[in-house]
Ligand binder design. Structure first.
Ligand SMILES: [Zn+2]
Length: 615
C-alpha cells in the first residue's frame, strides 16, 4: 500500500522543470580554487534564481543553493553557486519563487491523523443532525458486505458546531441509521464520543454501569445513558470492540501512516513530533524507514500516564529500551526515527462542556437565563491529572538519563505546575542544555508565567490555528473564563514579547492539517472563514506573531524543541537539504493570504518527495 501511494506521487514529477546543465569545464585538479565540474565539488542539485529564505541567525536571503549528498553544500548568489554545477547536476530555475526550510511540526498525532484520512470522517464541518446521519449512511453504504457486528468508526465530528446551536448527538438519534452495526462517532476534540445502542449493548452499558475514574457517562433524568461518553468513559464503550488480529492492525497502521506522510509532504512538512506515540507508531515508522519510504523525519514520544509516573524508573527503562530498538542516528541523511522523550498529560481541555483544563480559579457558569445570563464562579477548576510532586519526579528521572519531556498543558494552573516542576529539576541538574521541555497548547496563562518560559528555556508549542474567534474560543470559553482571563486565551504574541521561543504544533488530527492557515492565524489572530459576526475580528488583544517569528515557529524553533537544530530547521551549510519551494513570498504578501500558500516541491535529505503538477 505504501509503495502504491509513493508510486503515484512520483508521477507528479513528470513535466517538472529540470535542466541538466552543460559541462562547464574539465577539471581534474582538486585544489578547491577551481570548482567547475570537479567531482569533489559538483552538486547533485542546484536551485537558482530564487528568493531563498534561509532562517539563519540573520534571516539571510540568497539567490541560489547547492545540494550534495543530501546536505547543503553552499548558499549564495547565482554566479557563485554556478561553480557547483557539473554535467550531472540537476539545476532547477526557481523563477523568483520562494524556497525555505521544510516545515517542522512539533506536536501532532500521525497515526490518528492517517486513520482520519482512511476512515469515515465528518471532516470537522458544522453540520445538522440530519446531515451527519446522511454522511454516516454513505459510509455504511460503502461497505455493503460488512458483518452486522463490525463496528463503524466515524471521525472528526465538530460537536460544538453542530447546527442549530445546542444540537447534539445521542444514541436515540444514531439509532435512526438503518444498520445493526455498532456505530461510534468521535468528536474532533478526542474528549467526547457518541455511540448508538448497538455499541452500548456490545459494551454492556446499562443503568448500573458506573462512571470510570477520569470520565463521565452522560445520563438523562432517569439515569439512562444518552449515548454521550466523556474522557475515560469513551474507553468503556471502545474497549468492547474486538481488536483486529495483530497482522491486520499492523497493516492498517502502515496504511494510515503512509497516508499521513503523503499529506504532510504535500503541506511541506519534513520533520514531525508524534506527541502521543506508542510502540505501534514506532513499528510502522521503522517499517517504512527500512523500506526507504519514510518521508518525514520522526521524533516519537511515549505517553507516561500519572499512574505510570509513580514508577518513573520503569517509564525511563521502557523509553531507553525503545530508543535502543528504533533510533536512527540523527546524522543519517534519510529520514529516521528518534525516541528520546516522554509525554505527560498534565490536564484536560478548557472548552465547555468538558472543562477539564486545570485553572487557578474556577470556571464560571450561568446562574441566570439564556436571555439574561449571570456568569458566576462555580466549584469546578478542572482536572489536574499530574500534581507538582508527581511531575517533578517524572521530569527528574528523565533528565537524570539525558532524556526530554513534552507536556500537555491547557489551563493556566497546568502551565504553572509544569513550569514549577521544570524550575525544580533545572536547579537540581545544573540546567542541562539539552533539556528543552515542551509545553503544548498553553490555551490559558496567568500573566506572571510568560517570562518564565525564556527563564527556564521551556518551549511553548502552540497550535496557532486556535488563536481566532471560533466556537471553541467564543461559545465554549469566553464567558466561562470571564473578561479578566479572556485576554490570555490562545495567546501567541504575548509569548514572543516575553522572549519565549515559540514553536508550532498542529495537533493534527484534532483539526484538519493546514499548516499555512495556522501560520496565517498566528499572525492575524482572525478567522479566515468567519461568516457569523461573533467570529469576526481578532481574538482578544494579543498582537500575534510577526511573520518572521511565525516562520521560525514552523522551522528552527520547532527544530530546537526537538534537539535537531544542528541538522534541520534552517538552510545553512552542512545541514540537511530539507526544503520546500512555495508559490508566493510569504514575507511580502498580505498576511491574510498566507493560508492560500501552495507548496510546489518538498525535498528531504536532498531527495524530492513531493512536487506539484504546476511546478
Ligand atoms: Zn495533541
Amino acid at each position: 500500500m505504501a509503495n502504491a501511494i509513493r508510486r503515484s506521487l512520483l508521477t507528479h514529477m513528470a513535466g517538472a522543470t529540470i535542466f541538466v546543465a552543460a559541462l562547464t569545464g574539465c577539471g581534474g585538479d582538486n585544489n578547491g580554487a577551481e570548482p567547475a565540474s570537479d567531482m569533489e565539488t559538483a552538486a547533485d542539485t542546484v536551485f537558482t534564481n530564487g528568493k531563498i529564505y534561509t532562517v539563519d541567525g540573520a534571516n539571510r536571503v540568497v539567490e541560489a543553493i547547492a545540494i550534495k549528498e543530501g546536505k547543503i553544500a553552499a548558499l549564495g548568489g547565482d554566479e557563485e553557486i554556478g561553480d557547483f554545477v557539473a554535467a550531472s547536476t540537476q539545476v532547477i530555475d526557481l523563477d523568483g519563487r520562494m524556497l525555505m526550510p521544510g516545515l517542522i511540526d512539533a506536536h501532532m498525532h500521525p497515526l490518528g491523523a492517517g486513520n482520519m484520512l482512511t476512515t469515515c470522517s465528518l471532516r470537522y464541518e458544522s453540520l445538522t443532525v440530519d446531515e451527519i446521519l446522511s454522511r454516516i449512511t454513505s459510509c455504511l453504504e460503502a461497505e455493503p458486505d460488512a458483518a452486522p457486528d463490525k463496528w463503524l468508526h466515524v471521525q472528526a465530528w465538530f460537536r460544538q458546531a453542530t447546527k442549530p446551536e445546542g444540537a447534539d448527538l445521542s444514541a436515540e438519534i444514531l439509532d435512526r441509521l438503518l444498520t445493526d452495526r455498532p456505530v461510534i462517532v468521535m468528536a474532533n476534540d478526542y474528549h467526547t464520543l457518541a455511540a448508538n445502542s448497538a455499541a452500548m449493548r456490545a459494551a454492556g452499558i446499562d443503568e448500573e454501569t458506573a462512571d470510570p475514574a477520569g470520565g463521565k457517562i452522560v445520563r438523562d433524568e432517569g439515569g439512562v445513558a444518552t449515548g454521550i461518553f466523556l474522557d475515560a468513559a469513551m474507553g468503556v464503550v471502545a474497549q468492547a470492540e474486538p481488536p483486529l488480529p495483530e497482522k491486520e492492525q499492523e497493516a492498517k497502521n502502515l496504511k494510515d501512516l503512509s497516508a499521513a506522510l503523503v499529506a504532510l509532504n504535500e503541506q511541506g512538512v519534513t520533520t514531525m513530533f508524534d506527541a502521543a506515540g506508542s510502540e505501534s507508531s514506532m513499528k510502522a515508522a521503522a517499517r517504512l524507514r527500512d523500506e526507504g519510504e519514510l518521508s518525514v523525519r520522526s521524533v516519537i514520544s511515549i505517553v507516561a500516564s500519572p499512574d505510570a509516573a509513580k514508577a518513573p524508573k520503569e517509564v525511563v527503562a521502557t523509553l531507553k529500551e525503545l530508543s535502543g530498538r528504533y533510533n536512527t542516528p540523527v546524522e543519517a541523511q534519510a529520514p529516521g526515527i528518534t525516541v528520546d522523550r516522554a509525554k505527560m498529560f498534565v490536564d484536560g481541555v478548557i472548552q465547555a462542556p468538558a472543562q477539564t483544563g486545570a485553572l487557578h480559579e474556577p470556571y464560571l457558569h450561568n446562574t441566570g437565563t439564556a436571555e439574561n445570563p449571570v456568569w458566576e464562579s462555580g466549584d469546578n477548576s478542572g482536572s489536574l491529572y499530574y500534581d507538582e510532586a508527581l511531575l517533578t519526579g517524572m521530569l527528574d528521572e528523565l533528565v537524570s538519563n539525558g532524556l526530554s519531556a513534552h507536556m500537555h498543558t491547557d489551563g493556566d494552573k497546568a502551565v504553572t505546575v509544569a513550569l514549577d516542576a521544570i524550575e525544580t529539576v533545572r536547579a537540581k541538574h545544573n540546567s542541562p542544555a539539552y533539556f528543552r521541555p515542551g509545553l503544548a497548547h498553553d490555551e490559558l496563562l496567568i500573566p506572571a508565567d510568560y517570562p518564565r518560559f525564556s527563564e527556564l528555556n521551556a518551549i511553548p508549542v502552540l497550535s496557532l490555528q486556535w488563536g481566532k474567534p471560533a466556537p471553541d474560543t467564543i461559545d465554549s470559553v469566553k464567558n466561562q473564563i470571564g473578561p479578566e482571563r479572556f485576554p490570555y486565551l490562545e495567546t501567541a504574541g504575548k509569548f514572543q514579547e516575553a522572549g519565549a521561543r515559540v514553536a508550532f504544533g498542529s495537533d493534527w488530527p484534532v483539526e484538519a492539517l493546514d499548516e499555512w492557515r495556522a501560520m496565517q492565524i498566528g499572525v492575524t489572530r482572525s478567522n479566515p472563514d468567519a461568516v457569523d459576526p461573533k467570529y469576526q475580528g481578532r481574538l482578544g488583544d494579543d498582537p500575534g506573531l510577526d511573520v518572521e517569528t511565525a516562520i521560525r515557529a514552523f522551522t528552527i524553533n520547532a527544530a530546537y524543541s526537538l534537539n535537531m537544530e544542528d541538522y534541520v530547521g534552517s538552510l545553512e551549510e552542512g545541514k540537511f537539504a530539507d526544503l520546500i519551494v512555495i508559490d508566493r513570498d510569504i514575507t511580502a504578501v498580505p498576511a491574510e493570504t498566507i493560508a492560500e500558500t501552495k507548496v510546489l516541491m518538498t525535498m528531504i535529505g536532498g531527495k524530492e518527495v513531493y512536487r506539484a503538477d504546476s511546478f
